[in-house]
Design a protein around this ligand. Structure first.
Ligand code: SAM
Length: 391
């Protein structure tokens, strides 16, 4: 069966072991699509920050799991996610001290073999171990890997980053919840909503959907006929589940749009650490936007932000004022709000405060003696936003 392409170069429908019929290449390696390159850039940048931060944070041991690893290379020689992850950790000016275990799960035999030979061509330092879980499914291999790191007497679970990047949607929510309930463990998930949406319309795979969402509520989406509303419903349900059922403190989602300006997939990032959130946003704001794709923050429909356009000061001004107008606050609280509850970064809001102070909307309450207008050095500095005068 041939379907219109929306991302992958070979688009025949194939049954995987998991029973998902989904679009995927049949060859061992395939062409790298621009949006995959963008996703790789995000992964690379995030892991380049992740490993040294945790290692310097005195964690002696870290783990990385690529649940749908692929062959490690694309047809024009580009690195696949396992090689990107390895290089992000080992190709550094200074080696990190922590021991890092890499686990790569790949179901397909040819791709597993390809990946194994790609890894063996790398010169890896002695603090790095790799294991390809060949011809194993994520569903089957992940629980064993996870269990092997379970806290035991005198040993705590290493901080673990799990990248879940399937063609389809066989991602047991219970695994994701286990990851997020463990200290210092995080996930980055490709949420292929087109696949999900297609099968949801037909109500063909109730068990798979119960497993994916970790609840039966997806059934309410079947009756939503408008595609954009349906997508939003599915997105919001998954996001809610990550926060409420899995208990992740911070969840952000990113929409990948293609050259036809339609959304290909969402990336969900979930963590319990504000620094992780900051680093993921930094990676997002930095990706090269010159290609035929774009990422936008999709967490809140009222705050849709396209990273490639640079920070939208107007939107950030509106969000800050909506939150803080007429209440006394501190610079620290404003920064926390920006980082935790908006798509913007901790580096974006100072200009907004400056413009509001010039407009006499922002009034410092306890400025330090000799403070220059438009400077906000002290996190405890108290501030008030005056309501806009009408008329
Ligand atoms: C989207 S590709 C992964 C690409 C890779 N993460 C990258 O960015 O370079 C998905 C991979 O998952 C493999 N796969 C399919 N079903 C799987 C399963 N149930 N468990 C593990 N791997 C699976 C496919 O053979 C394919 O190589």
């Amino acid at each position: 069966m041939i379907l219109p392409s929306f991302g992958y170069s070979t688009i025949e429908v194939e049954e995987t072991d998991s029973g998902n019929a989904c679009m995927q290449p049949k060859t061992t390696i395939w062409e790298l699509e621009p949006h995959t390159a963008a996703k790789h850039e995000i992964l690379r940048r995030y892991l380049q920050a992740w490993a040294p931060i945790l290692s310097q944070g005195k964690f002696p041991h870290l783990a990385f799991v690529d649940g749908f690893a692929g062959p490690g290379r694309y047809s024009k020689g580009e690195d696949g996610s396992p090689i990107i992850a390895l290089k992000a950790v080992v190709e550094r000016p200074r080696q990190i001290a922590a021991k890092v275990d890499f686990h790569f799960i790949e179901l397909d035999k040819g791709r597993s073999q390809h990946l194994t030979s790609e890894i063996s061509a790398l010169h890896l330092p002695s603090n790095v171990t790799t294991r390809v879980h060949s011809e194993r499914s994520f569903q089957d291999a992940f629980p064993q890997i996870w269990e092997s790191y379970a806290p035991r007497a005198g040993r705590s679970r290493p901080p673990t980053f799990v990248f879940i990047d399937p063609f389809g949607f066989k991602i047991p929510f219970s695994y994701v919840a286990d990851i997020l309930r463990a200290p210092s463990c995080e996930v980055l998930i490709t949420f292929m909503f087109e696949e999900i949406n297609r099968f949801l319309s037909q109500d063909l795979q109730p068990d798979n959907f119960d497993s994916l969402f970790g609840c039966p509520d997806w059934r309410n989406g079947i009756k939503i006929k408008l595609p954009s509303e349906r997508v939003r419903f599915l997105h919001d349900l998954y996001q809610r589940q990550l926060m409420h059922a899995a208990g992740a403190k911070f969840v952000r989602s990113f929409a990948m749009r293609n050259e036809r300006n339609t959304t290909d997939y969402f990336l969900f990032f979930a963590t319990n650490h504000e620094l992780g959130l900051k680093k993921m946003k930094e990676a997002m704001w930095r990706i090269d936007a010159s290609g035929t794709y774009s990422f936008s923050d999709a967490t809140d429909p009222n705050q849709i932000v396209l990273f490639s356009n640079g920070p939208d000061q107007q939107l950030l001004t509106r969000l800050i004022l909506e939150k803080f107008v007429d209440v006394e606050t501190t610079r620290g609280e404003i920064e926390r709000f920006v980082v935790r509850s908006t798509p913007f970064r901790e580096t974006h809001y100072r200009k907004v405060l400056q413009a509001l102070e010039i407009a006499d909307v922002l009034v410092p309450i306890n400025p330090a003696a000799g403070r220059r207008r438009g400077t906000y050095a002290d996190m405890d500095m108290r501030l008030r936003f005056r309501p806009k005068q009408s008329g």
